[in-house]
Structure formats: C-alpha cells, structure tokens
Write a protein that binds this ligand. Structure first.
Ligand code: F0G
Length: 449
C-alpha cells in the first residue's frame, strides 16, 4: 500500500499537492484534510490486505526501533510518509491503556464500559499522538520556529516535540486561563511563552495573522498532519478490542480536532476492511463552551454558532472551534450525537473516575457525564459497549482537584458532590491522634474524614 498523500479542501473538495502556511484552501479558505488517493482502489480494502496490516502492526511491538515503539508510527502504512532521509520526531507516544471502568459500569448499568486513557502519553495528553506527526513534517519543511495557540496541553506537547526535534517553539496562551501544570511544562521544554490578554479564541485568531506575516510553522489542529497522528488512537483502540468495534465512542469537544481525527480514523478503517462497522462517535462539551451543541441544534450543523466560552474545564474553554465542520461530518457519518454537561456534572464525573484509581483532567470527565445523559435519553442502551476517551492526565490540573476537595469549587457545595469530598485533615504528629482519626474514618464507612 502506498501512502503518498494530497491535501483536500473540506469545503470545495479541491486537491492540492502542498499547503500554504495557514493550512487553508487557496480557493475558498476552508480547512484542508490529508487524503491518500491509492486507498480508494478496491484492492487496497480487500480482506487479505487488512489482515496483513494487523499482523504487521502487532509484530512491530516486538521491535526496538523508535518508529516501531511509537504507538503512532507503528501504523505508518496509514500515515503520510516522510521523504527519504527524514526521520520522525518521537517520544514513543501512543500505546496508551484501555481500562475497564467497573464502578461506573455498575452505577450506569452499561455492560461494557472502557476508558482509553490518552492522558498516559509522554506529556500527559492526547496531543502527543498528533504532535509527533506534525512536528516531523515541520522539521522536514525546514522550519526554524513552530507555534501554537493553546488552552495548555497543545503547548506542553508542542514544546516537548519541538525540543526533541531541534526546533524553537512559540506558545500563545490566554493569560490566567490555563493550569500551572501545563504552563510549567511549556517552560520546562524551553518554549518562548506569551500569555496574551485574551481567551483561547483570541490567541488562535492572532496566530492565524502571525503565520501570514512571520516564518513560523503552525502546529494547531488546523494543521492536518496533527489529525493524521490523532486518528491512530482509533487504530490502537480497535486493536486492543481485537478489531471488534464498540457500539459507542464518546470524546470531549473543544476546538474539535480530536473528534474529527478519531472519526476519520474509524471511517478509513472501515473503508480498508479493518473493521466491519463504525461505532457511533459522540462529542460532549461543557455547557459554557457549547458551540457545537448549539450549531447542531440551531442550524443542523450548517453554520457555526460561536459562544463566549466559560468553564472550569479550561482545556475545552473554546467558543469558536476551528474544526467544527469536520466534527459535524464525522458525527453524521457515524450516526453519533453531541451533548452538553454542567459544571456540577463534570465535577461529579471527574471524582467518580478518580475513585476508580484512574483519574483524568476535568475536560476528560465530560465523557462520563455525557454518557449518563445519553443513557437517560436512550441514545446509549444499557446492553451496549462504550469507550470513553480520557484526553488528559489527572495531574494536569491539581488546582481544580484541591478546590473541589476544599469545598471552593462550588459555594454552597451541591448535595450530590458532598459524599465525594475528601478534605485533608491536619493532626499532631501523635500516633494516638492518627489512630482516633482512622477509627472515625472507618466508622464513616469510607476514607472520608
Ligand atoms: N481534552 C483536553 C484535555 C484538551 O486539552 C483538549 C483540547 C480537548 C479535550 C479538546 O480537544 O480541541 O481537539 O476538541 N485542548 C487544546 C489545547 C485546545 O490547546 O491544549 P479538541
């Protein structure tokens, strides 16, 4: 199978051999996607080819070569190919675990409930699986500077991959609106970091202007190489499920690159005969950052309804999502849906995932909160199998967790959250004081003090 590729405009369908700095169609200014013309030939999708690919990808797990150890480049037959003499920039991303969520499965009645934990990537979020591909193509292009606007995770990931690839990185983040963990990662990996007095949407808009004026290579998910890497999460997930697709995949939505990428991966797998049917892909947003939900409800996905975004799940505090058209397309193609969840529902779901010993950042927890709503609506049925995509690591936003447990996240504390609060207690360094506290905790029937 050949993996030569072209850029195709998602608006007018025009094909291009190369892309300009803004990664937009020169004719209609819409976003580009990467397509591989050879795949549409019938022979590429034949059953034997699919089974050969499955075996090849499995065998690579035994290899010690960096590109085989990467959970992204392991699937390189379905990725754009670097020119001869160019190697990938990799931190051995991907290879993330698929956990059973037993407590939540019992609580919701879903028979098979899993979490695909993309927070277990090298910089703690799903961004790494896209960044390895986009940073590799940035380096191949001869770029000296790469740049992104970010709610935090993209910047952490970009800074790491730029450093590994010998590139300089420029980070644009909204001042005061990203977690310290993420900001500190960007600094640690050596990024030149600008905290702009605006929100994420303002940062992204400024970056669009900057790439036309300065020679910086943009690494936001407008860059279609990012989405090529991110689609491999779907390949890895299906491999982990022995190529038996679940009924549903549920993913958080912010700028909407990730849902688009996962959907693209699912559809390509079906076209190539790797899976027989496509799971329903549903996107969940915070109520305060619900541009896609409003777009689907108010315009049936035909024109974007932007919002002024506000949520404590800062990773998805986005009101003007760049990839909304791609996300609408994959929701329709996979017969999925989109839904919104409240701040209280997010906090509850996050605490519940934490209680399974897994943990995630607030933006990831919208998936479990969304699942509960989709069950109530009957869109997800109890006997069906569901995979939640957890996009970021629990340590990405410790302030949120501390605010929750100290009782500062919501005032007054909603009744539904009270049993999940675990305030730390301060005691004298005295064994009997600790014994008394332990007895008290035991009496309460949990570790709550
Ligand atoms: N979850 C987390 C943890 C994120 O960091 C993001 C996006 C999303 C979900 C939403 O993904 O944008 O592809 O729909 N974070 C970006 C950033 C915007 O700058 O780190 P999306």
């Amino acid at each position: 199978m050949s993996n030569s590729f072209q850029f195709r405009c998602i608006g007018c369908g025009a094909l291009h051999q190369s892309a300009s700095a803004d990664f937009r169609c020169p004719s209609c200014a819409d976003l580009l996607e990467i397509v591989s013309p050879d795949w549409s030939k019938p022979s590429a999708g034949a059953g034997t080819k699919a089974s050969e690919l499955k075996t090849l990808w499995q065998q690579r797990r035994l290899s010690s070569k960096p590109e085989d150890q990467s959970g992204v480049w392991r699937f390189r037959e379905l990725l754009p190919e670097l020119d001869a003499g160019h190697s990938s920039v990799t931190l051995r991303e991907g290879n993330t675990p698929l956990y059973g969520l037993h407590l939540s499965a019992n609580a919701t009645g879903v028979s098979a409930l899993f979490a695909k934990h993309q927070g277990m990537n090298p910089t703690g979020s799903f961004k790494d699986v896209g960044m390895t591909v986009a940073a590799s193509f940035a380096r191949q292009s001869g770029a000296r500077w790469v740049a992104c606007a970010s709610t935090g995770n993209t910047s952490a990931s970009m800074a790491a991959y730029a450093a590994r690839g010998g590139l300089r990185s420029l980070v644009l983040v909204p001042e005061g609106k990203i977690s310290w963990s993420k900001l500190s990662q960007a600094l640690d990996y050596g990024a030149f970091t600008c905290q702009l007095r605006t929100d994420f949407d303002g940062c992204l808009q400024l970056l669009q202007e900057l790439v036309r004026l300065a020679t910086v290579y943009q690494l936001n998910s407008i860059n279609p190489f990012r989405l090529e890497g991110q689609k491999t999460m779907a390949f890895e997930l299906m491999e982990q499920l022995d190529w038996q697709p679940p009924d549903h995949i549920i993913v958080p939505g912010g700028n909407l690159g990730n849902s688009s990428a996962i959907g693209k991966g699912l559809i390509e797998m079906q076209e190539l005969g790797l899976i027989k049917r496509v799971p329903k892909l549903s996107v969940i947003q915070a109520e305060g950052a619900n541009a896609l939900v409003r777009t689907m409800r108010e315009t049936s996905g035909t024109s974007l309804v932007s919002v002024q975004a506000e949520t404590r799940a800062t990773a998805i505090r986005i009101g003007n999502p760049a990839s909304w058209k791609k996300a609408v397309k994959v929701i329709l193609q996979t017969s999925g849906t989109c839904e919104q969840v409240s701040e209280i529902e997010i906090a509850q779901a996050k605490a519940e995932i934490g209680q399974e010993g897994i943990g995630c950042e607030p933006a990831s927890a919208v998936t479990l909160a969304g699942l509960k709503k989709l069950l109530q609506q009957g869109f997800v049925k109890r006997g069906e199998s569901v995979v939640l995509v957890l996009t970021g690591h629990a340590l990405k936003d410790p302030d949120y967790v501390m605010d929750f447990h100290r009782g500062d996240l919501f005032k007054p504390l909603p009744e539904v959250l009270a049993p999940m609060r675990r305030e730390p207690v301060v005691l004298d360094a005295d064994v009997s004081a600790v014994m008394r506290a332990l007895e008290h905790a035991e009496k309460q029937g949990s570790a709550t003090l």
